[in-house]
Design a binder for this molecule. Structure first.
Ligand SMILES: NC(=O)C1=CN([C@@H]2O[C@H](COP(=O)(O)OP(=O)(O)OC[C@H]3O[C@@H](n4cnc5c(N)ncnc54)[C@H](OP(=O)(O)O)[C@@H]3O)[C@@H](O)[C@H]2O)C=CC1
Ligand SMILES: CC(C)(CO)C(=O)C(=O)O
Length: 305
């Protein structure tokens, strides 16, 4: 099975790095200094789970260089880069290729499917904390590494292929979960990240501050309560207590963790505030749900209705 990692950043570097380290056929798509470093020295992952993973030689290309077709494409770019990678997916897919977006957004899969009719786009999400620490190197910071994926409702995808992907993930040391309710699972993962990233970015605090009782933790909880109302409005049946589950994930983060939203805001370029914060306000407006905490944070970051 041939895997392509479309976007070798924090998430893609970890998925592809683990798969390649266990002998799977992986091609990495990257660009800039990071790609240059990978071509010269391979990929180095500093992992809290596995120690150092050093792949001395990797198949790394930019989006123009790769001409092959792949069986599985993990889409691991930020929400704001999604539109630019569509031609590459179209070029590198065959009839049975499955595309698995793992982004922290509620509708990445729908957007891709709309732009790529005839290609099998699954739903996916990821539990990991990782970032490019220097070109060619990824730092992975928590002990959870889980990829949840599955077909969208009412689609017909070869189940053996999905089971094979799950087996490959498990063999590589990634907790691969094949789900038959991705609407629920994406919302659960999104909810944690959205509340965590919105709180962290608004107050400019690290996970350790949010873990303690007090103002930051209260905001995190208030956002989660609003997300529960959004889930109700969208008719998403959660199989857990959103607050309990999110508190558990928060407790597992290293105290110096900041979300990728916060990191991107500090860098001053593009960021995912539209997907992670504004989208909730948009949904709330559409369904008439009261979300004062999201509203306040969205306005602070420039949301205009
Ligand atoms: N990092 C984390 O811990 C987690 C992230 N997520 C989510 O996963 C998604 C991916 O995040 P993350 O891995 O952090 O993102 P990163 O920014 O670390 O990685 C994405 C990489 O893809 C590259 N890229 C984008 N477009 C192209 C292109 N056309 N050709 C080649 N390379 C390209 C980017 O390059 P460039 O920088 O030049 O744009 C970047 O290196 C986001 O939705 C995020 O919210 C979910 C859970 C945890
Ligand atoms: C888990 C968390 C909040 C931190 O890495 C994340 O998902 C992100 O960075 O987007």
């Amino acid at each position: 099975m041939k895997y392509m990692i479309l976007g070798t950043g924090g998430t893609g570097g970890c998925i592809g790095g683990y798969l390649a380290a266990s002998g799977k056929d992986v091609t990495f798509i990257a660009r800039g200094q990071h790609l240059k470093a990978m071509k010269e020295n391979g990929l180095l992952i500093h992992s809290s789970l596995r120690g150092k993973i050093h792949l001395k030689k990797v198949k790394a290309f930019d989006s123009q260089e790769t001409l092959e077709k792949y069986d599985v494409i993990f889409v691991c770019v930020k929400g704001y880069s999604l539109h630019e990678i569509v031609p590459l997916i179209a070029k590198t897919s065959h009839k049975k290729t499955v595309v698995i977006p793992i982004l922290n957004t509620l509708n990445a899969s729908e957007k891709l499917q709309k732009a790529l009719p005839g290609i099998n786009v699954l739903d996916g999400c990821i539990y990991v904390s990782a970032f490019i620490s220097t070109p060619g190197e990824i730092t992975q910071g928590i002990k959870i590494f889980r990829v949840v994926f599955g077909p969208k409702e009412d689609t017909d995808i070869d189940n053996n292929l999905l089971l094979q992907i799950q087996e490959d993930l498990l063999e590589s040391g990634i907790e691969g979960i094949l789900s038959n309710n991705m609407r629920r699972d994406i919302f659960k993962k999104f909810a944690f990240t959205s509340a965590c990233a919105a709180t962290g970015a608004y107050y400019d605090v690290k996970a350790g501050e949010m873990q303690k009782e007090g103002k930051y933790n209260n905001t995190f909880l208030a956002l989660l309560k609003e997300l529960q109302l959004i889930a109700n409005a969208l008719n998403i049946q959660l199989d857990c207590d959103l607050i309990e589950e999110s508190l558990q994930i928060l407790a597992g983060l290293a105290s110096d963790t900041t979300s990728s939203l916060q990191k991107d805001m500090k860098l001053g370029g593009n960021n995912e505030k539209s997907e992670l914060i504004f989208d909730i306000v948009r949904i709330a407006e559409k369904y008439g749900v009261d979300v004062p905490y999201y509203q306040k944070i969205a306005m602070h970051f420039g949301y205009k209705n």
